[in-house]
Structures are given as C-alpha cells and as structure tokens.
Design a protein around this ligand. Structure first.
Ligand code: 3UK
Length: 508
C-alpha cells in the first residue's frame, strides 16, 4: 500500500527526496547541448515557476500547454508548471495547428510554453487573446520576451505551492490510435505512485542508472521513464531529440546508458545494428506502447544478451501496470500485475473468467482513469476496474498474455484470430522487416486475415514470395490463421508513439 500525505506537491517531493539522498551535485538531465546537476535543474525550475506566477500572471490550477522535443529545458518547464501549482498539458511535437487547437480548447488552457523550433505551428493555432498574451517561447536566441530572458531576472529559489495530493497536476492526451485524442487527468499522488510501482519493484532502478530512450515527454511512457523515474531515485536522465534506431544505439554508447525505454519497432530495427556499437553499459531494456512479438524478444536477446522487460501501460492509468523482469519473465506473456495493481479477465457481461479464456483486461490500482470530458468514463471504468480495451488471457500461475485490441480480433469463418500472433509468425521470415495484420471484410468468411508487409532491403514483392510467406505461417501456427491476402508496403502507418494504426490499414 502506498501512502502519501494529504498535502503533496510531487515536484517538491521528488527533489526533497533526491537532495536528501545527496544528489545535488550529480547530473540530473543530459541533453545534446547541456547537462544540469540536480541543483542546477532545481534552479531552472524555480526561476520558471516565478515567471509563471509573476510576470505571466497565472494562478494555481491554471492550465499550461507545453510543446517541445525531449531536452532539459522542456523537462524543466513541465516540472515548473507542477511546482507552481498549475496543470501541465504536454503536447506531441508533431501535432499540427488544427489538432493543437482542439486540445487547447478541450483542456481550456490559460497559457503556453513552446519551444522556439515549434513556434510557427503554435502561432497558427486559433487561440483566445488572453492565452495568446500568455505565450512564451524557450530554446531560441534568448531575445527580449523569451522565457529565458524573463527567468534571468527572477529569484533562483521558489517555494512549491502547497497542493493537495489529489489536486490535478497533469492533463495527458491519448495518442489517438483511432484518430480522436482523449484528455485524461492525473493527480500529484498519481505521479508519485507510478514512480513507486514499476521502477521500484520491476525495474529496480538505482541512483547509478542512466536512463535513455525515445518516447516524447508528452507521452506518459516518456514522462515517467525518461524523467520522473530517474528523478525519484536520484539517477540521470538523457533527453535527446529526433532519435533513430542508429542514433539511439550511438547515444547508448556515448552516454553509457543503463536503462532504455522504447517501442517494439525500435528494438526490432536496432537488433541487426547492435554489434556495430559498444552498448555493454545497458542492463535493462523496457518495451511498451504495443505488443512485443516473441520474435522481437528473441532477436533482441540474440543481438544483446538482454532479456526484454515488456510492460503494458496506458495514458488512462499513467504508466505500466503489468510487466516482468529477469527470472520472472515468461516468454509470450506481458507479465504479472505490477505490485500495487490488480488485474483480471472479464467476459462480455463483466464476469471474471478463469485461466485459458480470452476476455477483456480489467485493471485496478493506485492510478486510474479520469477523462476530461466524462462521456467515455463509463466505457473505461466499471465498478472501479479500468477496462483498457485489450483482449488478454491469463494462465494458472497468474501471468497475463496479450492477444489483441478488443476491437481488432479477427473473426474468419467462425474462428477467432488475433492479428499479433500472425504478425509474430511473419516476423520470423528472413524477408520481413515489419508487418501489420488486420481483418478484411469478406462475403464468404465474414473476414479474412490480411497481412501488410514491409520487406527488408534486398527482397522484392512477388507472387512467389506471397505464397512462400503463406506457407511459412502455416508451418508455425494453425493453418486457418494464415493470411489469405498479403499486401506489400514501403512503411506501415504509425503514431508518433510507435503504435501501428490498424484502422488506416483497413481503409487503404
Ligand atoms: C497498448 C500494449 C501490448 C494497449 C503507455 C507504457 O502505450 C501507452 O499508452 P497509450 O494510452 O496506449 C495504451 C494501449 O497501448 N499497449 C501498450 N503497451 C503494450 N499492448 N503490450 C504492451 N506492452 O492496447 C494499451 O491499452 O498510448 C505505455 C507507459 C505509459 C503509456 N501511456
């Protein structure tokens, strides 16, 4: 059981803990341009907090939209908003003006902190005049009126606003795999809870760790894994912009990173390149965002000797709630509920089912879903249990196995077929780099299994390869699951968070 005092400011709590542990002189955040120790990061946060509550004129509870790539200044801005008693609304860097406008409106924002590099798109957003007047940019040349210019004349220390443990501090938008982002609200105590669950009991992170990875800080996977978790234990966070599989490997070598957070596709693309770099510092690699195919787990292990830590998380629940590491890993399973969380599988009527039956995953724990607009609340939360929209199965030992998204289960000639199982089979073929499997409407069978395949360099699409892939799948899993149709693409449609957009494959 986690217990937090009724008055809690999560940023004050994180820094009090780290500084009490002697972190002041250790590096808190490393970026491409600069690094800050805990003491230096704290000073930046405090100066920004003064700007928010002073010249910007914000009050406690006001909402601040944040935009920027992963770097130390973006991290300081997010933390300053929370420390000043305001609510952070981080946004994904690639969003366009229209999408930003929708988020700004839904979240009823009062102010904006925007990286200079993303300024043009932000200026194209239709905002109320009062918000426009409270828009500051950072990370540019530091001209008059920039955040940095205002920070320079502020005091270097700021007393955290005395917030309640269950005051909202973060509004996070889902990545919109299906198109429409939904806002979810999280409390100061939720921030502490995610730091005290997965990183403590599964990852066993320590102050000697250096965290690195790809998820944007605007995605709670990244906010937790690349900022909050390292701060909680007094470790170092490496925050880099625009990583590719190749540059991430290079950065792991350069920064001697010990913990890596990214999505399955990145690990899949890094595996064949791994022997070109000295990544011997790596100890823990965490995969989340979408299902980790067994084929990817195996190729990563072969390339690096590391056992992947798979973990399922959700924006609604803030971070990872089912996972396993080390000896606890059972190939094919996501893992067991992270201590602090409970999980079960429900049938259509909401009754629990036993081992070996596929059903709807339900989760309960210290964090839970609170949608901003509450129409969807009833779909997600049932009697205190969060329904994530995933089809899962449990075994007799309490391990949880991902099958598919509930809506993505393919029903063909009366058979239930999970696309990810077919994807795992295809990924084992030497010609296949990436693939996505969906159900395509079919008069005779209701749906047929259709695979969308991206080939590795040196391979070309042909009718022969199509039948070869079909036979290959039939040799590994029950033949009725084989893809009756195969389409070859040069890339799969993915969200900024690395998730396959199956709905786009269906409408292609
Ligand atoms: C899917 C997974 C199988 C699953 C997230 C870690 O992904 C995150 O949040 P989102 O709101 O999406 C949630 C949905 O994504 N998913 C995530 N991880 C896995 N499916 N295996 C996995 N390991 O459908 C889930 O319902 O974008 C992940 C931490 C924080 C996050 N917000």
């Amino acid at each position: 059981e986690l217990h937090y005092p009724p008055r809690l400011n999560c940023v004050a709590e994180l820094f009090d803990g780290a500084l009490a542990g002697g972190a002041a002189g250790r590096v808190a955040v490393r970026g491409e341009q600069l690094s800050w120790t805990y003491a230096q990061l704290l000073e930046q946060i405090d100066r920004i907090a003064h700007v928010l509550r002073g010249p910007m004129g914000l009050e406690a509870g006001n909402r601040v939209l944040l935009r920027g790539a992963n770097n130390p200044m973006m991290a300081a801005c997010i933390l300053a908003v929370l420390k000043a008693g305001c609510i952070a609304v981080p946004t994904m860097p690639l969003l366009r003006a229209r999408e930003l406008g929708a988020i700004a409106g839904k979240a009823e924002i009062n102010a904006v902190l925007c990286a200079d590099s993303l300024r043009a798109e932000m200026e194209a957003v239709d905002l109320p005049a009062a918000v426009r007047d409270r828009t500051l940019c950072f990370g540019g040349a530091g001209a008059d009126g920039s955040l940095e210019a205002l920070m320079a004349v502020q005091p270097s220390s700021y007393d955290a606003v005395d917030t309640a443990a269950d005051d909202v501090c973060l509004i996070s938008f889902t990545s919109g795999t299906t198109g429409i982002p939904k806002g979810t609200m999280h409390f100061h105590r939720d921030v502490m809870a995610i730091c005290d669950c997965f990183p403590r009991s599964v990852l066993e992170s320590q102050r000697s760790d250096t965290f690195i990875g790809t998820p944007p800080l605007a995605f709670t996977f990244g906010l937790g894994g690349l900022l909050l978790f390292p701060l909680r234990v007094g470790a170092t966070a490496v925050l880099l912009e625009k990583l590719t599989p190749e540059t991430l490997l290079k950065a792991i070598e350069q920064y001697r990173a010990t913990v890596c957070f990214t999505a399955p596709t990145f690990y899949r693309q890094m595996a064949p390149l791994a022997d070109k770099y000295d990544i011997g510092s790596l100890q823990k690699t965490v995969s989340a965002g979408e299902a980790l195919p067994l084929a990817t787990r195996e190729s990563w292990r072969q390339a690096t000797g590391l056992s992947m830590i798979d973990g399922i998380g959700a924006t609604e629940l803030l971070h990872i709630f089912i996972s396993a590491a080390g000896e606890q890993i059972r190939p094919g399973a996501t893992g067991k509920p992270v201590p602090g969380y409970q999980a079960c599988i429900l049938d259509h009527d909401g009754n629990p089912v036993g081992p070996g039956v596929i059903g709807r995953l339900a989760v309960k724990g210290p964090t839970g879903c609170r949608y901003l607009a509450d129409e969807r609340q009833r779909d997600y939360v049932l009697n205190g249990w969060n329904l994530t929209g995933d089809a899962y199965e449990m075994d007799a030992d309490g391990y949880f196995y991902y099958r598919s998204r509930t809506d993505d289960m393919i029903i063909s000639a009366g058979y239930n077929i999970a696309g990810p199982e077919v994807e795992d089979a295809l990924l084992r073929h030497p010609a296949v780099a990436e693939c996505g499997v969906i159900g395509r409407a079919d008069e005779e069978r209701g749906q047929i299994v259709e695979a969308h395949v991206v080939l590795k360099p040196g391979h070309e699409a042909s009718p022969e390869l199509t039948s070869q892939l079909q036979e290959f799948v039939k040799g590994q899993i029950a033949p009725y699951k084989y893809p009756r149709a195969i389409r070859f693409l040069t890339a799969l449609p993915r969200t900024e968070t690395g998730k396959l957009q199956r709905f786009k494959l269906r409408t292609e």
